[in-house]
Design a protein around this ligand. Structure first.
Ligand SMILES: Cc1ncc(C[n+]2csc(CCOP(=O)(O)OP(=O)(O)O)c2C)c(N)n1
Length: 692
């Protein structure tokens, strides 16, 4: 049924005249415009007034819809009007929207046929929390890591030019993406590559935490610069030519004032010290950065003013020169709690849709690994003045905020700049410092060459704390940290560890500060094991495993379980079950993935009838591979069963446990695998060795 009533005038080239109707016939039949919008074509049929109403409905749906399962609420509330304007002016999937990080695509998903699944986002079998090519033809490029959008979009524009087709390529990137090196590599290339490129700088002043660095100060200067806070002549001329252009222009000018009004209203963009002293002369900023790179700059534009956004995008569409439109948005717009606490509401779990309150953690809940890391960093830094803490835009996620608070002069946030952060740490290490670089396992992948070339090759004592090593279940494949053991094991000079609990994490950090080599410590996301953390961490012997439980001498079939990091808990539980089923079980906590404990591993390899390795990591090249390599070298022929992640990208899910169960990283599967080895292949397990 075509229930759309097209109210647009049929002449002229704008789809969006300002039409105000006292009675809206559509609203008589349907309770919400949102219910009518099944795809971008429907967005195009709405009048500006209807779009405004739709924006409110989308906000409400976001606030209510994410309350149970959580998600990236703040960034999405900030881009409601921007996304509506994009879908009003451009036509996906023919036109391409490339979103940086893409945690802000919920509105885009709602407008491209996925609104009924919003409440499943980041849950098992639900929508992914990021743009995903396999999810929709409207998601032309997947992401999850920051700083990729400009390059990808430029690649698409170059391909379009070569093919001679006419797609518009629009890249939407945040202000924090401009703290990232790749973004600048792309900006450097744009004007030499294409004439048609539309960049939208979605500036809300925030990364996850407050944005940092000189570029952030520079953007502030652009916004507070009165000479650029006005519409350019050709833009004015363009708008004037639109049907009802006079009115649109008036609106645009009002919106222009609105930018300034909105800025002062919410206390943003105040004429800060940084903004007005960065050039040392108290001067205003100008868009010279973009212009010198051969990119036209337009802005700043109020990112919540739909008519202005639409006119501006219509204008950008006509430009035969690369253009960046600087759009000001408010993270969390429309939800008081999110406006008040932008960092918390960047991404969160469940909350109260009315108040924004989040459930208190149950008494007795173990601490988060990230907090143990941060608190230990403080403890160590208080006793050792060579220790500094470095984060790449993740002070809360990594727990470095504890050091920031306790010892701000020993804390550095480099922005979303993992490569720079790692080389920066290497530089500090050459001067006698012990930098603790806290970066999620997945984001550290980006700095691999820096780890190789700048840290390991020069054998510098940089300490890497790799959070989220293992699954980041709700986020999915972009964020799972499943590859670091493999990518580090092959590098000379590396010491790599994985604690089985939070106390061991503290010991490992303490041990790391005593090394003259690069040290990497991987630990999982979320709550720790709940063991007491000693006041004074202790030194661990490098390359020495812990025997948690030895074989007895009972003559039963012997199984050695090597449970790495958090998988040690699973190994211990599996051991209990296997014992009740008549096996003699040893449990080893390997602690080190490089160097592995050759002596202990060989000993148990020879003593056991079956060796099982368990790791929260891909099997290929991981800890189990290291054990197999050792056994091959030492000619240990005992059967080895490896439990870990298969050679495929793992999807997102509601909980880590669900995925672990599905892929066999569980107590049940460990027990089943052991039993199957003995039941199905008795020939392989022939030796019963008494252990003294
Ligand atoms: C390489 C990398 N490092 C860190 C992150 C974590 N991260 C996710 S979103 C974000 C901030 C993005 O800020 P911005 O681009 O300004 O977008 P906004 O959320 O403000 O809309 C960060 C640091 C990431 N996704 N990728």
């Amino acid at each position: 049924m075509d229930w759309w009533i097209d109210e647009r005038p049929q002449n002229g080239n704008s789809n969006h005249p300002v039409i105000q109707k006292s009675i809206d016939p559509l609203r008589i039949y349907m309770s919400r415009y949102l219910d009518m919008v099944d795809g971008p074509a429907h967005v195009k049929k709405l009048t500006p007034a209807q779009l405004e109403q739709l924006a409110e409905e989308i906000r409400q749906e976001l606030i209510e819809g994410l309350a149970k399962g959580g998600g990236h609420l703040g960034p999405n509330l900030g881009v409601v009007e921007l996304t509506l304007a994009l879908h009003s002016v451009f036509t996906t999937p023919h036109d391409k929207f490339v979103w940086d990080v893409s945690h802000q695509v919920y509105v885009h998903k709602m407008l491209t046929g996925r609104k009924n699944r919003l409440r499943t986002i980041r849950q098992t079998d639900g929508l992914n929390g990021f743009a995903l090519r396999t999810e929709s033809e409207h998601d032309c490029f997947g992401a999850g890591h920051a700083g990729t959008a400009l390059s990808a979009a430029l690649g698409m524009a170059a391909a379009r030019d070569k093919k001679g087709t006419d797609e518009n390529v629009v890249c939407i990137f945040g202000d924090a993406a401009l703290t990232n090196g790749i973004s600048f590599e792309a900006l450097n290339n744009i004007s030499h590559t294409t004439k048609k490129f539309i960049g939208i700088l979605n500036d809300n002043e925030w990364s996850i935490a407050k944005n940092v660095g000189a570029i952030s100060g520079y953007l502030n200067k652009l916004i507070t610069n009165p000479s650029y806070n006005k519409l350019s002549k050709d833009f004015e001329n363009f708008i004037r030519k639109l049907p009802k252009g006079g009115l649109a222009l008036k609106l645009a000018h009002m919106a222009e004032e609105g930018v300034k009004g909105a800025i002062s209203e919410v206390g943003m963009r105040q004429k800060s010290e940084v903004a007005f002293s960065a050039d040392g002369r108290g001067g205003y900023g100008n868009p010279v950065l973009f212009e010198e790179l051969g990119i036209r700059y337009l802005g700043p534009i109020d990112g919540h003013n739909l008519p202005l956004l639409i006119s501006t995008l219509e204008f950008a569409k006509t430009c035969d020169h690369p253009i960046v439109i600087h759009v000001l948005t408010q993270k969390g717009k429309g939800f008081e709690a999110a406006l008040k606490f932008p960092e918390k509401f960047h991404g969160l779990g469940s909350y109260d849709a009315k108040t924004g309150e989040t459930p208190a953690s149950k008494p007795g809940t173990p601490p988060m690994y990230q907090d143990v890391m941060g608190q230990t960093a403080v403890k160590l830094a208080q006793k050792n003045n060579t220790i500094v803490g470095i984060t790449a835009a993740m002070p809360t996620g990594t727990g470095m905020k504890h050091l920031e608070k306790a010892m701000p002069d020993r804390y550095i946030d480099v922005g979303i700049a993992e490569e720079h952060g790692v080389i920066f740490a290497a530089g500090m290490a050459t001067m006698g410092y012990h930098p603790i670089v806290a970066i999620y396992s997945t984001f550290l992948q980006r700095a691999y060459d820096c780890i190789h070339h700048d840290v390991c090759l020069q054998d510098l004592p940089v300490i890497f704390c790799m959070d989220r090593a293992g699954l980041s279940a709700n986020d999915g494949p972009t964020h799972h940290g499943l590859f670091d053991i493999s990518y580090l094991r092959c590098l000379p000079n590396v010491i790599a560890m994985a604690p089985a609990n939070e106390d061991e994490l503290a010991d490992m950090m303490f041990t790391a500060t005593h090394q003259n080599h690069p040290v990497f410590i991987r630990y999982p996301r979320g709550t720790a094991e709940g063991v007491p953390v000693k006041d004074q961490p202790q030194l661990l012997e490098i390359g020495k495993a812990q025997v948690v439980q030895n074989f007895s001498t009972n003559g039963k079939k012997k199984v050695a379980l090597f449970g790495l990091g958090p998988m040690n808990t699973i190994a211990r539980k599996a051991a209990q079950q296997l014992e009740t089923e008549g096996y003699d079980v040893a449990v080893i906590n390997p602690r080190f993935t490089k160097p592995i404990d050759a002596g202990t591993t060989e000993f148990f390899g020879r003593a056991a009838d079956l060796v099982v390795t368990l790791e929260d990591h891909v099997l290929m090249g991981g800890y189990g591979s290291a054990v197999l390599e050792l056994f091959s070298e030492k000619n240990v022929t005992t059967q080895v069963v490896r439990i870990g992640w298969p050679d495929q990208f793992i999807e997102h899910a509601t909980t880590q446990d669900e995925l672990r169960k599905k892929y066999g990283l569980s107590v049940e599967n460990t027990v089943a695998k052991v039993k199957a080895q003995f039941d199905e292949a008795p020939a392989k397990v022939t030796r019963l060795i008494e252990v003294a």
